[in-house]
Design a protein around this ligand. Structure first.
Ligand code: C2E
Ligand code: MG
Ligand code: MG
Length: 752
């Protein structure tokens, strides 16, 4: 594959400013022949006999030793002696044979060929010695005529050359294997290209200055500089046409188009063939034998395979680090960018922010995934346009984005300001608010992953506590820390009676009349954060504070109901939510009695909402407990019905009054759908068991209408009225009483 045709007119570009050396006509060194003999005449005669011998284009160069001792010395200094012409008898009868042992065993010279000569035919060495010591030839001095000597030495030199070539290729193959292993360890292009250059130049024993051009399989192939070592004026990424016109560029071009190795007067270009990508390596010229050139070719073939791996790995890494929807770095990629920033900024300046899109799940459910995706891309674009250059934007999860930038620019206000304007969505616009968690690099000791985790703590706390943004605080180091802090605050709020109750009206569908209210606990912390029940109710349940919370809500709700009954009629009921812990607490019933008494209300004014989880209790004990409530006149409702796993049949055997169908069943109830069928069946079965049905979470007039048609008797939801604090509720009731009663069965109840 090596093309020498352009040999004489090519000179590479000057590497590192040095002029390229011209190595063409340099004479090859002669084959070293060592003559060991204690007779001076033999030296002269040998030299005369072999003076104009040439083997494989190389002359001979002679070394002389006149004793075995002197020969040891010469041998030790020259490790590339091709042939030793050795007198057997010198200082001693065996001096020559001892020298052979020394050469082979002590110096380890296995390649050098040996021709023994002796003046006394009777002193021929035993055959074993010849075999053991790998002696090439044995001649009596008399036999060594000029012609015989000539052929004997020529054969010996040829076999020396072959042995050398075999050893070299064996060593070289080992080198190729090791070099390929080194290549396989390189995963990124510059490091890989660097390794190719280093290994190839080592194999060819040339200086490791050169250029590696790579094309990664893109169509059309456009090889670009991967590295240029020793060429400070040539930059990575340059394509062939940007390289200065020069013989070196021509060499690369020829190797590329010809897909072969090209040698010229001033350099050599190697073609590295891969399935997915190709490389061309330009190196300084060398005078290598065929073995080395063959090895270089073998190496290039292996390098091609390794290069394919680099490309593949690059693509995988791209997949692993990039979010395909937005093209932004994903969580992995973001962590890598933070790590790089931490490493590059010892002052630890910089800030990480996490942005969560409020209510994105609903958009996705209601508008579908295509629009959800479009919205995410719109958010990415908005962030990209609004944030200063140099800020990293990443998409970390479904609706969570990450930012990394300067502290001065990335304030919560600046981030919220980006979402004041609605986002474009399918030609229309859609308002979008966000929740932000922030942490400064300087606040957290640790790597990108740690920093991200801590920012996440801040974000989750912001979400839990309904805040627009929150900073990471070291006391929140763990989620447990956040929960413990919140628990302390809740305990204090309960002790101070700082829990409020909101009331949500319930109407009878037949005539739109208000029949009662559900009491829902509300908590605003001392510093003004509204914590949603979904956060504090489970916390209270896990800590046992729920019993206290329930009592507080109950007392307040019954007190307020008594006031409402005075103005609105004695039939109104109050539903309170009761956790299983409270329900099972043996003191609960006593407290309920006290609260009813204090409010001057009968048991029938109260409805207790229990969840389906009660079905997990021992049925006999449960029936007894429920009966003790009902004996007081208290009504029992099953809340969030349909979300648990209890069967209606099993529940129906219990002493209950109502089922509250969970709002998740209402989404599609307006249209003929499986949901509508399920609701219809629930209502029918409930009625068959003598239970009332309340539909929870009614948000649209269509839902209300559909529920009425399905025979559902009661409804509650934003469309009827939102949960309201007591004073707002009384205003609302007041306004509503002045609106004329709606006409017909499905007349619109109040739209507040
Ligand atoms: P729940 O008993 O199922 O209460 C109904 C929840 O649905 C309330 O959420 C209410 O605000 C919400 N809601 C009402 N109408 C609509 C609507 O049309 N659309 C939508 N999307 N939501 C509507 P809230 O107030 O956040 O309470 C959540 C849960 O916390 C309650 O669910 C209840 O299980 C629990 N909870 C609230 N207060 C107490 C309490 O005093 N004690 C106990 N044990 N649990 C309580
Ligand atoms: Mg409830
Ligand atoms: Mg419910």
């Amino acid at each position: 594959m090596t093309g020498d045709s352009h040999a004489d007119d090519l000179v590479v570009f000057a590497a590192d400013g040095r002029d390229a050396e011209d190595t063409t006509d340099e004479a090859l060194p002669g084959w070293k022949v060592l003559v060991v003999d204690d007779e001076p005449d033999v030296h002269v005669a040998t030299r005369l006999a072999l003076d104009d011998v040439e083997v494989n284009g190389r002359r001979l160069s002679f070394l002389n030793a006149h004793s075995a001792a002197e020969a040891r010395d010469v041998l030790a200094r020259h490790d590339d002696i091709a042939v030793v012409l050795l007198d057997v008898v010198m200082e001693t009868d065996r001096a020559g044979l001892d020298l052979v042992h020394f050469m082979r065993r002590v110096l380890g010279r296995a390649e050098t060929r040996i021709i023994l000569r002796t003046g006394q035919p009777g002193l021929a060495p035993e055959i074993d010695a010849i075999r053991d010591c790998d002696i090439n030839d044995y001649k009596s001095k008399g036999e060594l005529t000029r012609t015989r000597l000539f052929s004997s030495v020529t054969v010996a030199i040829r076999s020396y050359d072959q042995i050398r070539a075999i050893t070299a290729s064996r060593r070289g193959l080992g080198q190729v294997v090791a070099a390929t292993a080194a290549l396989m360890a390189r995963r990124d292009l510059p490091a890989f290209a660097d390794e190719v250059l280093a290994q190839l130049s080592a194999l060819l024993r040339v200086p490791d200055t050169g250029i590696v051009m790579a094309c990664d399989g893109a169509e059309p192939p456009r090889p670009a500089v991967a590295i240029a070592r020793g060429y400070p004026d040539i930059l990575p990424g340059w394509t062939l046409d940007r390289l200065p016109a020069s013989p070196g560029r021509d060499l690369i071009d020829q190797a590329c188009t010809g897909r072969c190795n090209v040698r010229g007067a001033g350099g050599q270009a190697f073609f590295v063939p891969g399935q997915n990508g190709k490389m061309v390596v330009l190196l300084p010229p060398s005078t290598n034998n065929d073995v080395e050139q063959d090895l270089a070719e073998a190496f290039c073939a292996n390098a091609g395979i390794a290069y394919d791996n680099v490309i593949l790995y690059g693509r995988l890494r791209n997949l692993a680090f990039v979010d395909p929807l937005t093209g932004l770095p994903n969580r992995q990629g973001f962590v890598a960018v933070i790590d790089a920033r931490i490493a590059a900024a010892p002052d630890r300046e910089g800030r990480v922010a996490l942005i969560d899109l409020n209510g994105f799940g609903e958009v996705n459910n209601v508008l579908g995934h295509d629009q959800g995706d479009e919205l995410l891309r719109a958010v990415a674009a908005r962030l990209g346009q609004g944030l200063p250059e140099g800020t990293t934007i990443a998409r970390l999860g479904a609706d969570t984005f990450g930012l990394l930038g300067d502290e001065a620019a990335m304030t919560p206000e600046a981030i919220h300001a980006l979402f004041v304007e609605p986002l474009p969505l399918h030609g229309a616009s859609r308002p979008m608010s966000v929740t932000v968690g922030l942490a400064d690099i300087g606040q957290v000791s640790g790597d990108g992953r740690t920093l991200l985790r801590k920012t996440d703590v801040a974000l989750r706390r912001a979400k839990q506590e309904n805040a627009r943004s929150m900073w990471y605080r070291s006391e929140d180091a763990t989620e447990l820390g956040v929960r413990l802090r919140l628990l302390d605050e809740l305990r204090a709020a309960l002790a101070a009676g700082d829990i409020n109750v909101a009331y949500q009206p319930q109407i009878r569908l037949a005539d739109g009349r208000i029949v009662g209210f559900e009491a829902l606990a509300r908590w605003r912390t001392a510093d003004g954060r509204d914590i949603p029940p979904a956060t504090f109710v489970p916390l209270a349940e896990q800590s046992g504070l729920i019993v206290e919370l329930g009592r507080l809500v109950l007392r307040r709700a019954l007190g307020d109901l008594a006031r409402l009954r005075r103005t609105m009629g004695a039939e109104l009921t109050m539903a309170v939510n009761m956790s299983m812990l409270e329900f099972q607490d043996s003191d609960t019933l006593g407290h309920i009695r006290q609260a009813l008494e204090a409010a001057g209300l009968p048991g029938s004014a109260l409805e207790v909402e229990l969840t389906e989880s009660l079905a997990a209790q021992d049925p006999a004990a449960l029936a007894v407990r429920l009966k003790s409530f009902r004996d007081e006149g208290i009504q029992i409702a099953i809340d969030d019905f349909g979300t648990g796993f209890s069967s209606l049949g099993r529940l129906a055997s219990l002493p209950l009054d109502r089922l509250k169908i969970d709002r998740s069943f209402l989404a599609d109830v307006e249209h003929p759908s499986s949901q509508r069928t399920i609701v219809a069946v629930m209502v029918e079965l409930a009625h068959a068991f003598g239970l009332d049905v309340v539909a929870e979470g009614v948000e649209t007039p269509g839902q209300l209408d559909a529920l009425a048609r399905l025979g559902c008797s009661l409804a509650q939801g934003y469309h009827v009225g939102r949960p309201m604090p007591f004073d707002r509720l009384t205003e609302w009731l007041d306004r509503r009483s002045r609106v004329p009663a709606p006409a017909g069965l499905l007349g619109q109840p109040n739209l507040h």
